[in-house]
Design a protein around this ligand. Structure first.
Ligand code: NAP
Ligand code: GLV
Length: 309
């Protein structure tokens, strides 16, 4: 079987091709070349592939996404409905997402930015001790990423709740189901978004939602930029409703140089790096799934197109 690799973001695609070939010696793996399509590929491993892939490779049955989110893949024109889409499940990302959230949670709850300012003035001034109960964390999305994030926060004894469609349990966290969003927000001060981007979740991080959080709230968005109504964040900061935000994802990436987020001291910006899929773990996961399919077994991580995740 021929398997093609196509990623617009990988600077060294050959490293992925070589690793996939090594893990799947019984198949032929190659980097997809728009100028020289074979038309014989049955499976593809992709991140942001060109639409030409689907025009020129009509035999594709499975597409493996190198990321957890498939929001950019699903609307690609020309992708046949009968192709099975498989997303990355963790691939080394969940622990990175957890450490990203912990960094900003500890930083805000321990007033570490204030200590940095005091150091700049050579000022020795202990601030009030942390009261963990005053820093309740609410994680939107209780999937692979959300569960790991919630458990990491709970391990440091922060009060943690998760909110998801099904209300699936996460050890150490209070669970809120889809129809309990109001109750979830009313007990949350640090709001972490790890939802997939779908028609239901687009624009969910709005002023109306921020207004339901506990006072002096903080936002951490590590899912997708289109979850956030950017002007509402600026308005809520301006109104003192939110104290700050850590943002890894943006409606437009790269974030344009003139964007207000770059210049607001209450906002921390990172360039979509909260969780990167790691080569060895990702290749192993995809190879295991391709081998399972070869044995006629079912695999996990298949995207439900009706849910959009
Ligand atoms: P996942 O395992 O599919 O989990 C998604 C969670 O969101 C599930 O708990 C799901 O509920 C919940 N959900 C979906 N739609 C909902 C809705 N309308 N209302 C309430 N809950 C809803 O996905 P994941 O692997 O954790 O990844 C989540 C997202 O993180 C990805 O889609 C991607 O956008 C983002 N991400 C970003 C980075 C980065 O570097 N910034 C890295 C990796 C991932 P159920 O449990 O009921 O299904
Ligand atoms: C990254 O953003 C991912 O969806 O994996």
């Amino acid at each position: 079987m021929e398997i093609v690799f196509s990623s617009r973001h990988e600077s060294e695609p050959q490293a992925w091709v070589n690793a996939l070939q090594q893990a799947l010696p019984e198949h032929q793996v190659r980097a997809w070349d728009e100028g020289r399509p074979s038309g014989q590929a049955q499976m593809a491993v992709v991140w942001a592939p060109p639409t030409a892939l689907f025009q020129h490779e009509p035999r594709l049955t499975h597409v493996f996404n190198l990321g957890a989110g498939v929001d950019a893949l699903l609307p690609l024109p020309g992708m046949p409905d009968d192709i099975t889409l498989v997303r990355m499940e963790d691939g080394g990302m969940a622990v990175q997402m957890a450490e990203y959230v912990l960094h900003y949670l500890v930083r805000v709850s321990r007033d570490l930015d204030r200590y940095a300012e005091l150091q700049a003035q050579a000022c020795w001034r202990p601030l009030p001790d942390i009261d963990r109960d005053a820093w309740s964390v609410g994680v939107m999305g209780a999937g692979v990423m959300g569960a790991r994030v919630a458990q990491a926060c709970a391990a440091l004894d922060y009060p943690v709740a998760v909110w998801s469609r099904s209300g699936r349990p996460v050890p150490g966290a209070q669970v809120y189901a889809a129809d309990q969003l109001d109750q979830f927000l009313a007990r949350t001060r640090v709001l972490v978004n790890v939802l997939p981007l779908t028609d239901q979740t687009q624009g969910i991080l709005s002023q109306a939602l921020f207004d339901q959080l506990l006072p002096d709230a903080y936002l951490i968005n590590i899912a997708r930029g289109a979850h956030l109504v950017e002007s509402d964040l600026l308005a809520s900061l301006q109104a003192g409703r939110l104290r700050g935000a850590a943002l890894d994802v943006f409606a437009q990436e790269p974030l344009p140089a003139h964007h207000a987020f770059w210049h607001d001291r209450r906002i921390h910006v990172t360039p979509h790096v909260a969780g990167a899929s790691l080569l060895s773990l990702s290749v192993q996961q995809i190879a295991d799934k391709i081998q399972a399919l070869g044995r006629g077994e079912a695999i996990t991580g298949v995207v439900d197109r009706s849910r959009q995740y």
